[in-house]
Design a protein. Structure first.
Length: 477
């Protein structure tokens, strides 16, 4: 069968970036983001964000940043940023994240250490450029039946969603090949955690991306759309993870401000590291007092006394009365922000708006696609402080680490089962597994399959294989 799309000519009503946007929205991997945890498991409450809603928020923030740059910067008034492409980057940036978040990523990387590793950003590129079942080099243009691998040359024929080079470039955050062997990782001292970059299997593709998008550019490759997406992602993390934590009553503003200096020094050290790597021309000085200043500024409304309290203070309150007034006022304000939806929404909205206004652009007139975007220094420090607070208090907290530890066991068991018996794989993945008789190829196929699972599907698959009382043995996969 030849599909209708194989005979279509140029669609004049939309450009290629709009077509790429549509292909992303309609692909299964995008839908599966709704089943992947952002911070708290979404089945605990329909309020909590998942990877899909997070991606929608990142896309909206990214588009707002691009609109602001287009309307305020003289260079981009004449050479506007493509809004569809920026939105595409925001929507696609988390596609490669596996089930069970950071721990799932670390588990798959450990299992794939001898075969090129695993990393979420690398998997995003591989997914949209290779794994998604849209086109191959033969189908639908020259063949009636799609095949993933040429049986003679053993060449991978898959083209994923068959996107433009500029769209692929928009999610290419790290311009480095992940080492292919365990020995190479050990020699670099990078065997303990995932390496940011792209897989060697996509190395030639990245070369073509660079040649088409910025052929004369000699520095680290990152497009303006990718810069904007990365900033938008940081803004979303730094605000919305806190909102979810406030709603869940796992965290309050007062609890953040009351953390001891040892904890705050850990935050300050991470901000210093971020300053030195992301804003290298800026002083990396950042201390506990700076953490306190930022929290005090962000949560200032909690510390401002109302007229009734000010009156009591001015009337000459005793030390005990003063302590009581300040304590009850700040505690009530902190609890109100955590519990009251109107206050939470206003708080996060104000923060996002403030952070967007802190975005700066550095146009590159000789190569506009490589123009840089970053936050101004003060905004950057605020975003990084909140982001690392959320990470240390929530993502690596015992509460969430217990759930993630369970995920480690589930992924490891599934990987070993599929590698030991390919008949457990769905028919299309089983066929792909058998096309090349190579452990590295087969491990990558299994890794691709597991990384695409939602959290719930991964748990269900584990139960079907290991449980004496699985939910069902007939559910299609």
């Amino acid at each position: 069968m030849v599909t209708p799309s194989a005979t279509l000519g140029v669609e004049k009503y939309r450009d290629q970036s709009r077509r790429d946007f549509a292909r992303l929205i309609h692909c299964p991997s995008f839908r599966r983001l709704q089943g992947k945890t952002q911070l708290f498991p979404s089945h605990e409450s329909d309020f909590f964000r998942n990877r899909l809603t997070h991606s929608l928020e990142v896309a909206q923030i990214a588009k707002s940043i691009a609109i602001r740059i287009n309307s305020t910067d003289p260079f981009f008034k004449r050479n506007p940023i493509n809004l569809d492409m920026v939105e595409f980057a925001g929507l696609a940036h988390d596609l490669g994240h596996p089930p069970f978040g950071h721990n799932g990523e670390a588990t798959l990387d450990r299992l794939m250490l001898r075969h090129g590793g695993f990393e979420g950003n690398a998997q995003t590129l591989r997914l949209i450029a290779r794994i998604e079942k849209k086109t191959t080099t033969e189908f639908p243009s020259a063949s009636r039946s799609p095949r993933a691998v040429d049986p003679v040359s053993l060449t991978d024929l898959r083209l994923g969603l068959n996107l433009t080079y500029r769209s692929l470039a928009s999610i290419l955050k790290y311009d480095r090949i992940i080492p292919q062997t365990e020995a190479a990782r050990v020699s670099q001292g990078s065997e303990k955690k995932p390496v940011k970059g792209y897989y060697a299997s996509e190395g030639k593709l990245v070369e073509r991306i660079k040649a088409h998008v910025a052929p004369e550019f000699g520095d680290k490759f990152r497009t303006i759309e990718c810069h904007i997406m990365d900033v938008a992602d940081d803004i979303a993390y730094s605000t919305y993870d806190l909102e979810d934590a406030f709603k869940a009553n796992f965290l309050t503003p007062l609890a953040m401000m009351a953390k001891d200096d040892e904890f705050k020094e850990k935050i300050a050290a991470k901000v210093r590291e971020s300053l030195s790597t992301k804003l290298p021309g800026v002083s990396a000085s950042f201390a506990v007092s700076d953490v306190n200043d930022i929290l005090g500024e962000i949560f200032k409304p909690l510390l401002q006394f109302n007229d009734a309290t000010l009156k009591k203070l001015n009337e000459g309150a005793t030390e005990a009365e003063l302590s009581f007034l300040i304590g009850t006022h700040t505690s009530a304000g902190s609890q109100a922000l955590a519990e009251k939806g109107y206050l939470r929404t206003s708080f996060t909205s104000d923060l996002v708006g403030r952070f967007i206004r802190g975005v700066q652009v550095i146009p590159d007139s000789s190569c506009p696609s490589m123009s840089a975007v970053h936050l101004d220094v003060d905004t950057f420090k605020s975003v990084e402080t909140l982001k690392h607070f959320a990470f240390e208090l929530l993502i690596v907290s015992p509460m969430l680490k217990i759930a993630e530890k369970r995920g480690d066991q589930i992924i490891k068991t599934l990987f070993e089962c599929f590698m030991g018996d390919r008949s457990l794989l769905p028919s299309d993945w089983r066929e792909l597994y058998g096309t090349i008789d190579s452990e590295a190829w087969q491990a990558r196929v299994v890794c691709d399959y597991i990384s695409g699972m939602s959290d719930r599907y991964c748990v269900e698959m584990y139960a079907r294989i290991t449980s004496e009382n699985p939910i069902t043995i007939w559910k299609p996969h």
